[in-house]
Design a protein around this ligand. Sequence first.
Ligand SMILES: [Zn+2]
Length: 82
Amino acid sequence: MTHTTKSNQNPEESQGELLDFNKPSFKFIPSGFHEWIQRGYYLVCKSCELEHGFFIGPEKLMVGREKDGKPILKRRKDLGFV
Ligand SMILES: [Zn+2]
């Protein structure tokens, strides 16, 4: 029986430092009115001081806004675009 001191037995100490990349960036958007515009494959808010946006992909188009400012997205296919 020999006592070996293992220094790497500590449980992970990085609690709270885990970044969850699965969470959409929606989480960081302050509530309120956002004036969305489409820029390429992204929707970008241009009314906030801090620009923010999110990826909508190549298949979607912003066709308008709802009363509360939410973007109305449609698939290109549904609009007749190929
Ligand atoms: Zn905004």
